[in-house]
Design a protein around this ligand. Structure first.
Ligand code: GAL
Length: 710
């Protein structure tokens, strides 16, 4: 387990710290405070280019090496960021063509980070030089355990840039994809508004125009920009692998916000790292969804430091941020709670951003582990140091354990790109919110969930949810059929298969290429404005606990062999089908043609549990979040109380808490923001906290009966 912070030694030299005689004096004290907080790792260097190469070709990595040496003396490992996220000013002055150009054709100027176009050959050359120089200068340092490539790829909306060089790369990309201009015209549907081209060089970049661009062209543009982001990271990864083959590489990703294919990006990395907004975003289910998504980006061939199998949270908020309208303090206990949430969902490294709140620059009002004063007496430092003590206890127990899920939600970036286009049937249909309805239902019922893209091998999952894959490629549809044919259960929803991979709508009904799989055909659908509702009438075995609404979108389903599970209650399509289930091969394909409220999804999960033989990890009160990490038979449960009041748990079987060493049996009140890390192996010598003395409890395959709602 790695535990630490993002450290910027360059912020802490004379005159901001240290003395004229010893400008770097403060670094020693910082390292002491880190060790005292239980840290074993720091990340540094990610914005240091202008200090490592103040003038072209004149490198100075000495200060970074001195900082690393200090870390070494204190037993702290180092992750080094390649500094390409912040090009030096001299480079932009010398080569203004590296600066990004926005869709209005305006140059975005230098003087801040991310001021570069990822298609610029010149930028690539300079980036390669500095990365090579850094790897040669510091790659042999014994503290170096990983590289972080760049920082925040795609951040500040820099995934796309409309430079001359981008145009050249765009034509080449299109040529490689379509080979002939005729094929390009056909696949992109350029007959529409007669935008056909006779040369690849005439295909526009989708810059600001009187009205919308062709959607197929827009999706391709987003794919092109995504490939550019991935190629830029790969180019650095190749250099680092060449010079330091034993040092794994990563980069810091953010969940579901940036416009590139995160699965593609994860393939280039040895392990995934993420920036987390947990603690700022108080909705635990939303955080959990994002963590599950990021964990799922790389399931195999992970090469993390120390042979770990998880992902890293390389930037976790230590406290408040500076980019909300009101940046309130993070309440006591909340950083700890969310740190455990990250770990419970598979993180094998957690680093806080910043180690110390900077006295200079754009983020000086952003909370750190240390505040501006830096003496280590502040509340956040003490809270994090307490977590550090707990990490020492926990690390051996969770080593090599991971989250195992039997349910998976499909996510495709191509689809996400398509859903971002203008001209949607219902602009109020929000795919992120839709996905969250499903995730929350599983999360709140303590059933672990992975994410996957439709082209992955899904055979490891009992249940696959496909929420609104509006853009569904023919090949993806075939793989879904194969999954169900072989015995899987698939559930898809409205807004599925409206277009294929070329953004062409089918001429034989929705969902494209899947009507046989679901045993249905959809000729028309009725998007509803927010606030307007239809209602669902359920048939047969579906356990409806409430009157469930149909919102935002109503598919009018024609069953073609599928069993009817629900119909609409009103409007001209009263009595028409809203939900179906079809036997296909050895499996089942369920289709839900609308969007409902959260209660429906709870009922759905209860029903799917029976259909697919799924079990919650533990039975606990609804407000307690449960996750589990496991290795073989060893299972470690994390219980998190996200409420502002305590929650009563009832232990039917003694369980041992790693953090306190206590054994619980009978009733226990989990305090507000409290955390338990439990297993079923009770050391015989320990006395239970209350009730009968604990005995060695046998590990059971299914722990459902151990805890139950109080
Ligand atoms: C991250 C970025 C950090 C910092 C932070 C602020 O994405 O990597 O450098 O700016 O956001 O929230």
């Amino acid at each position: 387990m790695y535990f630490g912070a993002d450290y910027h030694p360059e912020h802490w030299v004379y005159p901001l710290a240290g003395t004229p005689e010893n400008p770097e004096e403060r670094w020693e004290r910082d390292a002491q405070l880190m060790v005292q907080a239980g840290f074993n790792v720091v990340r540094m260097g990610e914005f240091s280019w202008g200090l490592c190469e103040r003038e072209e070709g004149k490198y100075d990595f000495g200060w970074l090496r001195r900082a690393m040496d200090i870390m070494r003396r204190h037993g702290l490992n180092v992750v080094l960021g390649t500094p390409t996220a912040a090009p030096p000013l001299w480079l932009a002055k010398k080569h203004p063509e590296i600066l990004p150009v926005n869709e209005r054709g305006e140059t975005l100027h230098e003087g801040t980070r991310r001021a570069y176009c990822m298609n610029s050959d010149i930028y690539w050359e300079y980036a390669k030089k500095i990365v090579r120089a850094m790897a040669n200068a510091l790659g042999d340092h014994p503290q170096l355990i990983a590289w972080q490539i760049d920082n925040g790829i795609g951040g500040h909306h820099t995934e796309a840039s409309f430079n001359e060089q981008s145009a050249k790369d765009w034509y080449a990309w299109l040529k490689a994809k379509y080979d002939t201009v005729e094929r390009l015209n056909d696949c992109l549907g350029l007959r529409f508004w007669a935008q056909v081209v006779t040369r690849f060089e005439d295909v526009p970049m989708p810059m600001i125009a009187p009205t919308v661009h062709n959607p197929a062209l827009l999706v391709d543009w987003m794919r092109f920009c995504s490939d550019t982001c991935v190629a830029f990271v790969r180019c650095q990864a190749d250099i680092l692998h060449e010079i330091t083959p034993n040092v794994p590489v990563t980069t810091n990703l953010r969940a579901l916000t940036r416009n590139f294919d995160h699965f593609d990006m994860a393939q280039v990395l040895d392990f995934v790292s993420v920036d987390s907004n947990a603690t700022i975003n108080a909705k635990s289910a939303e955080n959990a969804c994002e963590i599950d998504m990021l964990r799922s980006l790389k399931k195999d061939e992970i090469r993390a430091p120390n042979g770990d199998c998880g992902f890293w949270v390389i930037e976790q908020k230590a406290g408040h941020v500076n980019w909300q309208e009101v940046n309130s303090l993070v309440r006591p206990g909340v950083v700890r709670l969310f740190t455990y949430q990250l770990i419970s969902r598979g993180a094998s490294g957690v680093l806080y951003f910043f180690f110390r709140q900077p006295r200079i620059g754009a983020e000086k009002f952003y909370g750190g582990v240390l505040n501006h004063q830096g003496h280590g007496e502040n509340r956040v430092y003490k809270e994090i140091a307490h977590i550090g003590e707990e990490m020492k206890l926990l690390a051996p127990a969770i080593k090599d354990t991971k989250v195992v899920a039997e349910v998976c939600i499909l996510y495709s970036h191509d689809n996400a790109f398509a859903m971002k286009l203008p001209g949607q049937p219902n602009k109020h249909f929000n795919s992120r919110e839709h996905l969250q309805l499903f995730h929350t239902a599983f999360h709140d019922r303590n059933i672990p969930v992975d994410f996957a893209r439709p082209t992955e091998d899904l055979s490891r999952y009992k249940l696959v949810i496909a929420p609104s894959l509006q853009m569904l490629a023919g090949g993806e549809a075939d793989l879904l059929k194969l999954y169900v044919q072989n015995g899987g259960t698939l559930m898809a929803t409205c807004n599925t298969g409206l277009v294929d991979e070329h953004h062409i709508a089918p001429d034989d009904g929705f969902p494209a290429n899947c009507t046989d799989l679901f045993g249905i055909e959809i000729g028309e659908f009725d998007p509803l404005p927010p606030g307007e509702e239809n209602h669902l009438t359920f048939k047969g075995a579906f356990p409806a606990s409430h009157l469930h609404p149909a919102r935002l979108w109503c598919d009018l389903i024609e069953p073609k062999g599928a069993q009817v599970l629900a119909t609409y209650a009103k409007d001209f399509y009263a009595g028409r089908v809203a939900m179906t289930m079809n036997e296909y091969g050895l499996g089942k394909a369920i289709y839900f043609g609308t969007v409902s409220h959260q209660h429906f999804y709870y009922d759905l999960v209860a029903w799917l549990r029976q259909v697919c033989n799924l079990f919650p990890l533990l039975k606990v009160p609804d407000t307690v979040e449960v996750s589990m990490r496991q290795k073989d038979d060893r299972k470690i449960y994390f219980l998190l109380n996200h409420q502002h009041s305590h929650v009563r748990l009832h232990f039917y079987k003694p369980m041992h808490d790693f953090l306190t060493g206590q054994t619980f049996t009978g009733n226990y009140d989990l305090p507000s923001h409290g955390v338990l890390v439990l297993d079923e192996t009770v050391p015989v010598q320990e006395a239970p906290k209350e009730g009968a003395p604990a005995e060695q409890a046998p590990a059971t395959a299914q722990a459902e009966a151990d805890l139950a709602p109080a």
